[in-house]
Every structure is written in structure tokens, then in C-alpha cells.
Ligand binder design. Structure first.
Ligand SMILES: Cc1cc2nc3c(=O)[nH]c(=O)nc-3n(C[C@H](O)[C@H](O)[C@H](O)COP(=O)(O)OP(=O)(O)OC[C@H]3O[C@@H](n4cnc5c(N)ncnc54)[C@H](O)[C@@H]3O)c2cc1C
Length: 452
């Protein structure tokens, strides 16, 4: 669960920046200069333009798939990086379809008799010998076109499956792993079919660099290198059901190096190689003793089975830490809102504050539909130790926490920033209403619980 400052606009600005930069570099080659405004005259530059935009955004998306923590401070955490990855993927889909339409639509229109294909100008054979590389690329044009078409169909299918929420996460994860392969085929298509004159221009140099970075990233993903340097082996020390059935507490002990983590950060945990890694917040502050604690709610098929699958002594792989839900702010007060299992990062922070107070006044709202005495008693004790004020709201009795109630409970909310972790719809509504009351967008920090 992540995010510090910046707000969702960082993602939009970054996406717009990538698109505008590639577009501007391409337009700087004056692609339409001197062309008649006919479909066939505009076809070749439009193919170059849509193709350049498509492979450009795909390359950035590919780089982000390697979880480069380097960009976390700018983008506000890995969850936001994945959100950007998703929008780059959607942009790639749009530009690829536009590219494909520029190939196919003129053919359909000609067949329907709506357009007449102009006679091809006879080629005057060059007297100069073609450079070897150029000759090689020209010779590969037919296979590049054929492969590009099939890779396009695969790309559309894989992206649609990724966006279709009903497609199970597990299957999405398996099918999405084919995308780097499709991307590499599309890089081959783009390299062979990019117009010869572009390579020496800024757009060609930029695309060359982007495709090189994207190809390295694709190989890292294909060969399982994502996050490898941040992985550690751990062993399960204890398993408990502190909040009753449905929420599992797993205490693990690291067997290999861990760089440490901040309260609010999360890790990808792989209990079982056949299942793959799932993201969970680390609810224990880092004290250097190698202990990590996770609180896991049975929210889906796999997490519901965990109580019967896990045993003390089992080995697991932990990858991280990730995320920027780190409570950093210059406000004297903070208001925290944890909905359901979204309470996890706040548990970590309360424990950290008990060890190292930061002098801020904190109001923690815990909203739940299933109040368990165990959880509430534990939270009360942790809040007391950290000097935070706890407000427990049972949604089934008191209704949902809204901005009016939050501001009435904390009249000094103007001097606070808000940290939210919980269901996406709840966060969206609360953010909207608090902003309407005058809270600055940068003062509402929300983790994105969904990476897809
Ligand atoms: C940053 C972050 C921190 C989280 N922290 C916690 C936590 O502390 N405690 C907790 O109980 N839950 C946490 N979750 C949610 C938890 O990861 C999912 O509930 C869990 O992965 C569901 O897996 P499933 O197979 O049981 O459910 P499914 O039915 O397969 O999936 C339910 C939903 O969970 C998400 N999901 C499933 N598998 C993965 C995966 N491998 N990687 C990413 N998302 C997946 C998808 O959005 C999916 O739609 C967190 C999620 C994120 C993104």
C-alpha cells in the first residue's frame, strides 16, 4: 500500500509527458509536409506516427514492469507505477489499433469502391550500393509485417484480458507473462519498418533508446529477474487468527539479507511457487531483528485457503520493500482512515511511533463491518502506546464514515493531512468530499490496493 504526496495527477502528468514528447519528436520530422490530403498519401506517415507512439508507450510500460524502485519517489510508490503501467498499456492498445486501421482500412475502402488506389510510381533503381544494414532491414520487411500483424492480435487479446476484471487474477498473471515476448516481436517489426531517414533524427534516437531499454526489461521479465535483488528467504515462525476466522497473522523470520523497511511499506510474498507472489503490507516496524509480520484477510480464492495451507517452519520468499505510504508530511496533525484490512499500514505506523514518536497529533478512524474484540483491543493498546486517538466505526450500526462526520469529529482537520487505506470506492468518495470542503489534493494520501 503506497503513496506519499504528488497525488494521482503525477501519473496523468507523466503519461501526458511521455505521449507529448514522442508526438513532438515525431512531428518535428515534418511527416506530412508537402503531401496531398488523400488517404493514400497520408497513409505512410500516419503508420510511422501511430507505430512510433505505440512502441514508445509500450517500451515505457515494459520498463515499469521490472518494478524499478528508482521511480517510486517521483510516482508515489509501486502501486501508482502499476497504475501508470496500466494507462500506458491502454494507450498502446489505442495506438496499435489506429496503426492497424491505417494498414487495413484503405484496403477495405478500396475493395468497397470508395477509394481508388493510385498507381505506384515506378521505382528508379539506385545506382549507389545500399549499405549492408539497410539492405538487411529492407530484406526483412515481409516477415516483419507478417509477424507484426500476429503480434498485434496477441497484444490486443492480452491487454483486453488484463483490463477485464472478471478474468481471474491468477490467469491474468499467467497470460500477462507472454507480453514481453509479444513486445520483442513488435520491436523487431518497428526496427525493420521504421523509415530509413528517421534513425538519424531525434525521434529515431529517442525510439532507439526506448526500445533498447524496453528490450532489456522484457528479457529481465522473461528470465524471472524482476525484483531479484530485493528478494529474501524467510521461515514461518508463528501463525495466528487474532481477529477470528478470515484474518490470518503470519510472523516470519528472515533467513537472508533485508534492507529494512518503513512503516506502511509492503512486500510481495510467495508462500508457494506454483501460486506466485501476492502483495501484503508489513505490519511490523523494522527493528533489525529479521522479524516481519503480515495480516492477511481471505479476500479471494487463494488467501481464503491460506489458514489450511500454511504451517510453522514453511519457507517463503519475500520481495521488497515497496511503496511510499510512508506518513511523511509537514502537517502538525494527521488523520488516518483504515477500512477493513486497510488498517494494516496504520498498525505498523502505530508500533513505530510507540518506539519513535514524531510529535504529530493523530486521529485514527478504523471502519469495519465485522468488529472483533481482539482487533479493537489490540488497536486500542497500540494507539495508546503511540499517543494516537482511535475512533472505531461499525459500518453496519453507524453507517459509513463520510467527510461530514470526519470533519465534525476532528474540527481541526484544516491543519491535518489525511492518509487513507481501504476499499477504492470508499477512498474515492471521501477524497472527493474532503476536497470539496477545501482539503488540498496533495493532502489526501491514498494507497491503491489493486495493482491491476
Ligand atoms: C499494495 C497492496 C498491499 C496489500 N496489503 C494487504 C494486506 O496487508 N493484507 C491483506 O489481506 N491484503 C492486502 N492486499 C490485498 C491482497 O494482495 C489480495 O487480497 C490478495 O492478493 C488476493 O489474492 P487471492 O488469490 O486470494 O484473491 P483473488 O480472488 O485472486 O483476487 C482478488 C483481488 O486481489 C488482487 N490480487 C490477487 N492476486 C494478486 C497478486 N498476486 N498480486 C497483486 N494483486 C493480487 C486482485 O486485484 C484481485 O482482483 C494488498 C494489496 C496491495 C496491492
Amino acid at each position: 500500500m503506497t503513496h506519499a504526496g504528488g497525488g494521482p495527477h503525477r501519473i496523468q502528468w507523466t503519461l501526458a509527458g511521455v505521449l507529448l514528447l514522442v508526438l513532438a519528436l515525431w512531428l518535428a520530422t515534418a511527416p506530412f509536409a508537402g503531401l496531398a490530403p488523400t488517404v493514400f498519401a497520408l497513409r505512410a506517415p500516419s503508420l510511422q506516427g501511430t507505430g512510433t507512439l505505440a512502441i514508445g508507450v509500450m517500451s515505457v510500460a515494459m520498463v515499469l514492469a521490472t518494478r524499478p524502485v528508482f521511480f517510486e519517489p517521483w510516482l508515489g510508490g509501486l502501486d501508482r507505477m502499476y497504475r501508470l503501467h496500466k494507462w500506458l498499456g491502454i494507450s498502446a492498445l489505442v495506438f496499435s489499433i489506429a496503426h492497424w486501421l491505417w494498414v487495413e482500412a484503405p484496403k477495405w475502402m478500396t475493395e468497397l469502391g470508395w477509394l481508388v488506389r493510385p498507381a505506384r510510381a515506378a521505382r528508379v533503381p539506385s545506382t549507389e550500393p545500399e549499405p549492408a544494414l539497410q539492405a538487411l532491414l529492407h530484406g526483412l520487411r515481409d516477415p516483419a509485417e507478417g509477424l507484426g500483424e500476429w503480434a498485434f492480435y496477441a497484444l490486443v487479446l492480452l491487454i483486453v484480458l488484463a483490463l477485464w476484471k472478471r478474468f481471474p487474477y491468477r490467469r491474468f498473471f499467467q497470460t500477462h507473462r507472454l507480453l514481453p515476448l509479444v513486445y520483442l516481436v513488435l520491436v523487431f517489426h518497428a526496427v525493420v519498418l521504421t523509415s530509413d531517414g528517421s534513425w538519424a533524427q531525434p525521434v529515431g534516437i529517442a525510439m532507439g533508446l526506448l526500445m533498447a531499454a524496453g528490450s532489456v526489461a522484457a528479457l529481465v521479465v522473461l528470465f524471472g529477474g524482476v525484483g531479484r535483488s530485493r528478494q529474501a528467504i524467510a521461515v514461518i515462525d508463528a501463525i495466528g487468527l487474532p481477529a477470528g476466522a478470515g484474518v490470518l497473522e503470519v510472523v516470519v523470520h528472515l533467513k537472508s539479507r533485508w534492507a529494512g523497511h518503513d512503516a506502511g511499506q509492503f512486500a510481495f510474498v510467495r508462500f508457494d511457487a506454483s501460486e506466485g507472489a501476492h502483495p501484503f503490507t508489513i505490519i511490523s516496524p523494522w527493528t533489525g531483528d529479521g522479524r516481519l509480520v503480515f495480516l492477511i484477510k481471505g479476500l479471494g480464492d487463494y488467501t481464503r485457503q491460506l489458514p489450511t495451507l500454511l504451517r510453522t517452519g514453511d519457507l517463503l520468499r519475500v520481495e521488497g520493500p515497496y511503496g511510499r505510504f510512508n506518513f511523511a508530511s509537514d502537517k502538525p496533525r494527521q488523520i488516518w482512515v483504515g477500512g477493513g484490512i486497510g488498517i494494516a499500514p496504520f498498525i505498523a505506523r502505530l508500533q513505530e511511533l510507540a518506539l519513535r514518536p514524531d510529535g504529530k497529533t493523530i486521529d485514527l478512524f478504523y471502519t469495519t463491518t465485522e468488529p472483533r474484540n481482539g482487533t479493537v483491543a489490540r488497536l486500542t493498546a497500540a494507539a495508546q502506546a503511540a499517543g494516537a486517538k482511535l475512533h472505531v466505526l461499525v459500518e453496519t450500526v453507524e453507517g459509513r464514515l463520510d467527510a461530514d462526520r470526519l470533519c465534525a469529529t476532528v474540527p481541526e482537520w484544516h491543519s491535518a493531512d489525511v492518509w487513507f487505506c481501504g476499499p477504492a470506492g470508499f477512498g474515492k468518495a471521501l477524497r472527493h468530499d474532503l476536497l470539496a470542503k477545501g482539503l488540498a489534493g496533495r493532502d489526501f494520501h491514498q494507497e491503491l490496493f489493486e495493482l491491476r
